[in-house]
Write a protein that binds this ligand. Structure first.
Ligand SMILES: Cc1ncc(COP(=O)(O)O)c(C=O)c1O
Length: 427
């Protein structure tokens, strides 16, 4: 794809006409009166996702409890079924993924499995700019083992409050560190961490390492298997468009299949003996063994259609388009918004930026409110970041052009000053 752009209004039309993924847009529920720029937070509904969800409802209507047995036990084994569709997107074995619960619970599941503190090796290494739910989970896990987070949770500080240096993380891998949990893509700045470098350093030091792929899955083309990390977690409702509160995923490296899950439940029992209902847990020796309870079918079914679309489009094509359309957006920001005080808050290197653009401005909150009132659905993260996500499957180049035009109008007219600073529950 050409990375030289033009600033005129006809140019995005040309890009749309030549976009090999452009036709996927027709399979999503887009609104005429608005432009959706929030796929990094909650992906849009597609006809494919709707169909697989309605299919599950239809099976429930038709079959009652027999829903578990239809289509060769598809819903009883739904975690494995979806894992098969998910595996190519992260490059791991399908038996290494469990589709369960929400990300936070899955982090608890992973840490309670892998965190085996000893007197000398008892700390968990995290950073101070990750999405906070990871930290809440880690803090509560060390407390369960009788430690105080201020002692047992070692926090790597961002050198500037925005970005993280891999070397700072590696320097913090002292002998007391037992486990590391880090994000692959930072939710505010979209910075990508060099997972290979950090994972290798952890392995050299005998430290368990897990990655939170929430902002990476469906945006980056990853080969998690080659990393040989111990575990990974991710949500499926952002770039993957699996629906609000869609079940999350847990990757367990197959070398750990013999471990017992920290939070066992009857769905982690071998399926052959699960319904024998014995009091002794018989652990299924693959990632499905980390399932806890009954699959939440309606939080999983939309994912089925959404994932098929990802496989059809291909992760490398999706990443290619994402890099190109976000680069176009940055180009327009610089061409058209230069004098309005915006700073592009994501790194420029393709290898260091995820799927969203991060626009910083002192009036970021009110500008994001003004954008919403003009039909641009974006979000805001403290202290000053407007996140804008042109997605590969449903955003057009014309929409990107339009968003920048709207921003220019808002800044020129100062219409953002009409908005107050009072926050809603979800910003
Ligand atoms: C890095 C990261 N982890 C976890 C979550 C959310 O966790 P959950 O799916 O449990 O709500 C988010 C949400 O944005 C996130 O950015």
């Amino acid at each position: 794809m050409d990375n030289k752009f033009e600033s005129g209004p006809d140019y995005p039309k040309l890009l749309d006409n030549n976009d090999p993924l452009g036709h996927y847009r027709n399979r999503f529920y887009l609104k005429k009166e608005s432009i959706y720029m929030c796929g990094n937070s909650l992906g849009l509904a597609s006809k494919d996702a709707e169909e697989s969800l309605l299919n599950a409802i239809e099976h429930w209507k038709e079959n009652g409890i027999k829903i578990w047995n239809v289509e060769n036990n598809k819903y009883y084994l739904y975690s494995s079924y979806l894992a098969r569709l998910m595996a190519p997107l992260v490059g791991v074995g399908e038996d290494e993924i469990a589709v369960i619960e929400c990300t936070t619970t899955v982090i608890h599941q992973a840490i309670s499995t892998f965190y085996k503190p000893t007197k000398d090796k008892y700390k968990i290494l995290v950073d101070d700019i990750n999405f906070p739910t990871d930290r809440y989970a880690v803090d509560s896990q060390v407390r369960l083992h009788g430690y105080e987070p201020k002692d047992a949770v070692k926090v790597v500080k961002s050198f500037d409050g925005k970005y993280m240096k891999e070397d700072d993380i590696i320097d913090a891998m002292s002998p007391e560190v037992a486990l590391i949990l880090l994000p692959t893509v930072y939710y505010r700045t979209a910075q990508i961490i060099d997972m290979e470098k950090v994972t290798n350093a952890a392995k050299e030091r005998g430290i368990i390492i897990g990655w939170d792929l929430c902002h990476a899955i469906g945006a980056l083309d990853m080969n998690v298997k080659a990393l040989d990390a111990d575990f990974a977690v991710w949500c499926n409702y952002k770039y993957l468009n699996g629906g609000p509160g869609a079940a999350a995923a847990l990757y367990i490296n197959r070398k750990h299949f013999d471990l017992l899950p920290g939070m066992a439940g009857w769905y982690g029992n071998k399926p052959e003996t699960q319904f024998n209902l014995k009091q002794e847990f018989e652990h299924q020796k693959n990632a499905s063994g980390w399932q806890i309870g009954t699959p939440s079918v309606f939080s999983m079914a939309a994912m089925e259609g959404a994932l098929r679309m990802f496989n059809e489009a291909g992760m490398s094509n999706i990443r290619k388009k994402s890099l190109h359309i976000t680069k176009y957006m940055m180009y327009l920001v610089e061409e058209k918004l230069g004098k309005f005080g915006f700073v592009i808050g994501n790194l420029r290197n393709d290898s260091q930026r995820g799927g969203h653009i991060c626009l910083e401005h002192d009036e970021g909150y009110r500008i994001s409110m003004a954008l919403k009132s003009r039909g641009v659905v974006s979000d805001f993260r403290d202290p000053n970041v407007i996140r804008l996500t042109p997605t590969a499957l449903y955003t057009s180049y014309v929409e990107v052009y339009r968003v920048i035009d709207i921003l220019k109008e808002i800044m020129k007219s100062e219409s953002y000053l009409e908005f107050g600073l009072k926050r809603d529950y979800v910003v």
